[in-house]
Design a protein around this ligand. Structure first.
Ligand SMILES: O=C(O)CCC(=O)C(=O)O
Ligand SMILES: [Fe+2]
Length: 164
């Protein structure tokens, strides 16, 4: 695949940064519940292409392995976590997997993180990458723009019918 394959669809890409605060869980609540407190973000996949995630040293981020086990993505100083998102999974015909992940802040101090979600141009229609298609792997998905895909996912998450 040529190095500039995605250049035309990344001239004004979806790019959203968040600064996320996970409130502390009081020590007595943790004690009463044996540490089993669900404060955070439930299991989900990110929607667009890649997420660059900075997390503080609190811990709490977990990723679901291919063997269906929750693994701790422990913070490593000076590094970012890179998550593949659903749109990239789609364009790669499932060759790249969008990582299921969740976060719990089961500690008596705040946790902070900064995810940066990168997509493609919201209106550029993208197809499965030709080099990810062959006789044994027909294209599993039709063409769609990253913006439309994003809107569909948000509508679904809010229990709304998908608009045209
Ligand atoms: O806070 C984190 O470590 C992850 C946040 C996250 O998964 C998200 O905002 O989609
Ligand atoms: Fe996420």
């Amino acid at each position: 695949m040529p190095e500039d394959y995605f250049d035309a669809v990344t001239t004004n890409p979806g790019a959203d940064g968040l600064y996320v605060h996970y409130p502390a869980t009081p020590a007595d609540t943790l004690e009463e519940n044996n540490g089993d407190v669900d404060v955070g973000i439930g299991s989900h996949t990110d929607i667009q292409c890649v997420t660059l995630l900075w997390q503080d040293m609190s811990g709490g981020l977990q990723v679901l392995s291919a063997g269906d086990e929750w693994l701790d993505a422990r913070p490593i100083p000076g590094t970012l976590v890179v998550n593949i998102g659903d749109f990239l999974q789609r364009l790669s015909n499932n060759r790249f997997k969008s990582t299921v992940h969740r976060v719990y802040n089961r500690q008596p101090t705040s946790r902070y993180s900064m995810p940066f979600f990168l997509g493609f141009n919201p209106d550029s229609v993208c197809k499965v990458v030709p080099s990810c298609i062959d006789e044994d792997h027909p294209a599993l998905y039709g063409p769609i723009s990253c913006g439309k895909w994003h809107r569909n996912r948000i509508e679904l998450a809010h229990g709304k019918p998908i608009s045209d």
